[in-house]
Every structure is written in C-alpha cells, then in structure tokens.
Design a protein around this ligand. Structure first.
Ligand code: NAD
Length: 339
C-alpha cells in the first residue's frame, strides 16, 4: 500500500471503524498541492479491504489532476465507505462518517459519488461543515452529464470532422445519474443511442423515453458505433477490451477508465480517439467546488463550457506531438501539480 502511495504521491490515508454504526471507511488525501482536498465519497462493496484502500488512493490522485486541469483551488481526496451485506441505520452510518470527516478539520471536504446521494450528505452535514452536494447544494451529476455532452461534441469534431450529433451512434454503458442525463442530451441532439445497464429498469426507461436500442451489457463495448461512452465503472479499457472495440472514439464519464496508460497508446495505435476521463468528466467537480465556495450559477456555467475547449486543445496537442490525449493530459496535470 505504501508503494502505491509513493507511486501516486498520495500523502495520507486515514482509516476509521465505528462498531456501533458498522462504519468502515477510508479517506485518502493526495495533497499534491497545498490546498484542502475535495472529492466524493463512494459507498460500495469491494472484494477485500485492500482493494477499497487502493481505489481511494488511486482516485485521490485522479481528483488532484482533475482539479488542476479545471483550474480549481483544491487538491484531490477520495473517501470509501465499505458496503456490507446490510446496514442497520444508513443515516447513523453517514453521520458517523461525518464525524470522521470532521476529525480532519477541513483537510478533506466530502461530496456524493457512486453509491451515495444528496440525502446521505445531509446526514454527513449533521456532524461536519466540510461537506457539499447536500440536498440544498444539489447533485453534481447533471453538471457532469452536461460536461460529457460538450466533450462528446469536441471529440466528434476532432475525430469525425463535425460536431453535429444528428445520427451519430453513441453506445452508453451505464444509465445511472450521469449516463441517463447524457443520454437525454444526446437524444435531444438527434444522436442514435445504444444502451446497456445491469439494471433492466434503467434500460427500459431509455428505450421508452429516448428510443434507445438495448444491447446486452457484455456486447456493448464491441458493438459498432461512432462513440463508446463508458458511464458505469472504471477499468473498462484494458488491452483485451481495446482490441475488440469497434468505435471511432471513447468519451464517457467513468473515472479511471484506462487499466493503464499503455492502453491509451493502444487506442491511439488503433486510431480510436480517447477523451481523457478526468478532463471530460470534470463538470461535477466544478459544480461541487464552486458551490462550496458560494459562486454564482453563472460562474459554474462558464467553467463548464470550458470543458469542450480544453479537450479540443488536448486533442490538437496530441495530434501535433503524435501522443495519446491521455499522455498529453497527464503531462499537463503533472506540470501544474508538481511543477
Ligand atoms: P451511478 O451509480 O448513478 O450509475 C452507474 C450505472 O451503471 C448504474 O445504473 C449501474 O446499474 C450501471 N452499471 C454498473 N455496472 C455496469 C456494467 N458492468 N455494465 C452496465 N451498466 C453497469 O453512477 P454515476 O454517478 O452515474 O457515475 C457513473 C460513472 O461516472 C462512475 O464511474 C463515476 O465515478 C463517474 N463520475 C460520476 C460523476 C458524478 O457527478 N456522478 C462525476 C465524475 C465521474
């Protein structure tokens, strides 16, 4: 674990167990920039404790890069609450997590992430002020979806020569908070949707409301399309899956899509344009950060609108230097964070 921390330059990992509520939680603080760490709290089941700690460490580094490239004055943090088979009292669990966050005295500010909701953050707020995306602050997912939509336009422009999405075939993996919102924007723009979700109810909704075509979850990544949009889990782009992709570009919301940076080179070699995840999915972090700082909604809209331009710049640099956009984004982020 310490080796992973060294590799990712994550400074601190805090752990807490609270037997009365069943809380078992991790907070990783990247601390790459001398700024408070901001990042979501996941509430998920993991195969073992080590994978949960590793997830928090890796994602806190990603959050630092995301904040740096979006020009936000935060460092990266990530919390994980391990989800057990059943929890007695969810509100008490999240209140206990709030006490954990509070014990760090502002070193980490928490927010919603996979498996948590604004209602959970209301419970966290009972115990700490270092929390955002409460019911009053709002769920950031709609902003993430909007940023990914803008990013898909830039990706289509760079790879296909037009940002007109009419008739573009987009395969969306995961129709959750972000994926479904993205599907709505794409449908309104005239795109053809191919969709999958492990929850058949979400798929049915997209079929009925957005005339989406359902595809089996395991077949979606290999279904011919223009853009593959991973909006479910990380690690979907491995050497094996990339060899099987049948798309012109990959642009979706999921965090940590690449199993390794070498996979980005493989995408490049196959002529598949990759929109770096922590650039295209920054909309939620932008909303959370600016909302926490009491910014006006117009400032959030302005910052969101820069996601597409930022990607266009990265694609141009990648083309000019014959590198993958993922490598360009990483080099830019490392320069900003480490100098
Ligand atoms: P979510 O939990 O609301 O949605 C995920 C959806 O994917 C669910 O509907 C789930 O049933 C489905 N799913 C899970 N495994 C699947 C699989 N193997 N195949 C197909 N569908 C599957 O999560 P979300 O908030 O929509 O986030 C989606 C992704 O985007 C996550 O990776 C998250 O880390 C990332 N992200 C989210 C935000 C945000 O603002 N919510 C911001 C940045 C990044």
């Amino acid at each position: 674990m310490l080796a992973l921390m060294q590799r990712t330059r994550v400074e601190k990992v805090h752990l807490m167990v609270d037997p009365p509520t069943g809380l078992r939680a991790i907070i990783a603080i990247h601390g790459g920039r001398a700024l408070p760490a901001l990042g979501g709290c996941r509430y998920l089941a993991y195969p073992d404790d080590d994978s949960a700690v590793a997830d928090a460490i890796r994602l806190s580094e990603v959050m630092t890069f995301k904040a740096a490239l979006a020009g936000l004055p935060f460092s990266g943090g990530k919390a994980v609450i391990l989800r057990g088979p059943h929890v007695e009292d969810r509100a008490r669990l999240f209140e206990a997590f709030g006490r954990f966050v509070d014990s760090l005295q502002g070193g980490y500010i928490t927010a919603v992430d996979s498996g948590t909701s604004t209602t959970d953050m209301d419970c966290v707020a009972q115990a700490t002020r270092y929390v955002t995306s409460t019911t009053a602050a709002g769920d950031p997912s709609a902003h993430t979806a909007l940023g990914v939509f803008a990013g898909i336009r830039s990706t289509a422009m760079a790879r296909l020569g037009s940002d007109n999405l009419e008739g573009l075939r987009v395969a969306i993996q995961g129709l959750g908070h972000v994926g479904y919102g993205l599907a709505e924007h794409l449908h309104a723009a005239g795109a053809e949707l191919l969709v999958c979700d492990t929850d058949p109810g979400r798929v049915q909704l997209a079929v009925e409301q957005l005339t989406a075509r359902p595809v089996a979850a395991d077949a979606l990544p290999t279904t011919p399309c223009d853009i593959f949009a991973p909006c479910a889990q990380g690690g979907v782009l491995s050497a094996k899956t990339v060899a099987q992709l049948r798309c012109a570009a990959v642009a979706g919301s999921a965090n940590a899509q690449l199993a390794s940076l070498e996979v980005a080179d493989q995408l490049e070699a196959r002529g598949i344009l990759y929109a770096p995840d922590y650039v295209i999915n920054a909309g939620g972090l932008i909303q959370v950060a600016l909302q926490y700082g009491h910014a006006e909604p117009v400032a959030i809209t302005q910052q969101l609108s820069q996601i597409g331009q930022r990607l266009t710049g990265i694609f141009a640099q990648a083309q000019a230097t014959h590198r993958s956009p993922a490598r360009v984004a990483q080099a830019m982020a490392e320069r900003l964070v480490y100098g």
